[in-house]
Write a protein that binds this ligand. Structure first.
Ligand SMILES: *Cc1c(COP(=O)(O)O)cnc(C)c1O
Length: 481
């Protein structure tokens, strides 16, 4: 066929369409490979630098070439966190509707800072926010910010908290700043995530303002400890509790603690990055009893809801404090009037229309699908922890209260070796953590794809590593694994 003929007979495909179609083909090939590709990235740092470190071209390239080469160069450096056999950190996958809506979000390219810049982007947030408040059983007056993740959700909620506890002392922190303000004290669960401390630093409160609260044997803040800490100092206070500790998924007893904090005039903030989702499961809901009595809450959609990164939520009961801490108005931003202007609830100015993917994920799953997702991942976490702990020389360190648990293999060195060897084998991927002074393998399940077969493959991979690491004589003594 001559060039002229082909120009006549082939349907015209724009550069946009060609690039997006090619990306879709690569995406489908990637998803098709999830069962067979190694979970760990296979490239070295040096290899990736070499492959991706092409010269900046003088003359631009075709979109197709750019995408093809990006895929070829980056693929060996892609961690298989989309597979059902990735159990490190706390990382979800991407659900079908959420991924598709995320693609459309890119194509629509709305600046979701204000209603006028993207009317539908504003309204999906409004709708999804109401659904989420219902799912988490949060007070009706609660305001919601769709942020990048729990890190910025902490910054958002704690900015509102800082505003409110100083407002209660007659101090306008927005106008007067922190110099000369009554010092704020933060009473926190000592097992908190580091992103809380980072938010505290961002807000100029300083990490020295954080004081640890006493814990019981299960790692939960005690009522007596909170009462004593509050009574010791009348400073404006923010209490930081958690729904889902990173290693054990422990929940603080909110029903007991929130009224104590409230009676002392303190603000109670909850890190619920993954644990807030316990609320959607009738079987696990009780773990978070009394959660709704607190003042602000954070969670992630890129973990349990299986929405692509970046997607987190900030919930604040005192909507006026939330708005006062974050709002911005200038003459060139038309006020939305009755509509939601996201800039009032978010730390960003221009921003991605994150609401579409959240809205899509919630509709695809529905209440039943969400409950099933949470219950299934908890079952898998339990099966993994029990199955791994039953291997020769292994020990269960923390039974998963939700979807997070800990296992140890002999001593610190052996534990790290087992994790490294399993990861190097490509069948499954785990992280390590030092918990109460001992190295452990952390098991985290929040990917919708994880199946019983994935759990079995991961346990088999660990069994094979242990068999290899144990001399034949010792294996005989331990009996068959
Ligand atoms: C993941 C996580 C965070 C941080 O959330 P990002 O979404 O990474 O910002 C905070 N707290 C807990 C308990 C987490 O699991």
């Amino acid at each position: 066929m001559s060039a002229v003929e082909s120009a006549v007979t082939e349907p015209a495909v724009t550069e946009d369409e060609a690039a997006l179609r090619r990306a879709a083909e690569h995406a489908f090939a990637y998803l098709d490979s999830l069962e067979t590709r190694p979970v760990a990235a296979t490239a070295s740092l040096e290899g990736l630098r070499q492959a991706l470190g092409r010269p900046l071209p003088e003359r631009g390239l075709s979109a197709i070439q750019v995408i093809d080469e990006l895929v070829a160069d980056a693929s060996p450096g892609i961690l298989g966190s989309q597979t059902g056999r990735h159990f490190a950190w706390v990382i979800g996958g991407g659900g079908p509707a959420a991924m598709a809506a995320d693609w459309l979000t890119t194509v629509w390219d709305q600046n979701a800072g204000i209603y006028a810049c993207g009317p539908a982007a504003s309204v999906v947030e409004e709708v999804a926010a109401e659904w989420l408040k219902t799912l988490f059983e949060l007070p009706g007056e609660t305001s919601v910010g769709f942020v990048t993740g729990t890190q910025m959700a902490h910054a958002t909620c704690l900015a509102a908290a800082r505003h409110a506890v100083l407002r209660d002392r007659g101090w306008d922190v927005g106008r007067q700043g922190l110099s000369g303000a009554p010092p704020i004290r933060i009473l926190a669960n000592p097992d908190r995530h580091g992103s809380v401390d980072r938010a505290v630093r961002f807000l100029g409160l300083g990490s020295d303002s954080i004081q640890p609260l006493a814990l019981d044997d299960a790692g939960r803040v005690t009522g007596a400890g909170l009462q004593a800490a509050l009574a010791a100092d009348p400073a404006p206070t923010i209490v930081v509790l958690q729904a889902g500790e990173l290693n054990t998924a422990a929940f603080d007893p909110f029903a007991e603690l929130a009224p104590i904090a409230r009676a002392a005039g303190a603000w109670t903030h909850v890190d619920g990055a993954f644990g807030l989702w316990a609320k959607v499961s009738p079987a696990r809901r009780d773990l978070a009893r009394g959660l709704e009595l607190c003042d602000s809450w954070t969670t992630d959609c890129h973990k349990y809801l299986n929405v692509p990164y970046d997607s987190g939520l900030a919930f604040v009961r005192d909507a006026e404090a939330h708005r006062a801490a974050l709002t911005l108005s200038t003459s060139y931003l038309p006020a939305g009037g009755a509509a939601r202007d996201q800039i009032e609830w978010n730390p960003e100015f221009s921003r991605r229309a994150r609401g579409f993917a959240v809205y899509a994920a919630l509709r695809e799953l529905g209440r039943e699908g969400l409950a099933a997702l949470v219950e299934r991942t908890c079952r898998h976490a339990e099966a993994l922890v029990e199955g791994l702990a039953a291997l020769p020389g292994a020990e269960k360190v923390a039974h998963p209260a939700l979807n997070q648990g800990l296992v140890r293999f002999g001593d610190d060195l052996a534990t790290d070796r087992v994790i490294a060897a399993v990861n190097a084998g490509g069948e499954a991927y785990f992280g390590g953590v030092t918990w109460r002074g001992r190295r452990c393998m952390r098991v985290s399940v929040c990917n919708w794809r994880t199946s019983e077969a994935d759990v079995a493959r991961a346990i088999a991979a660990a069994r094979a590593v242990l068999a290899e690491a144990t001399p034949a004589s010792a294996q005989a003594a331990l009996g068959s694994a």
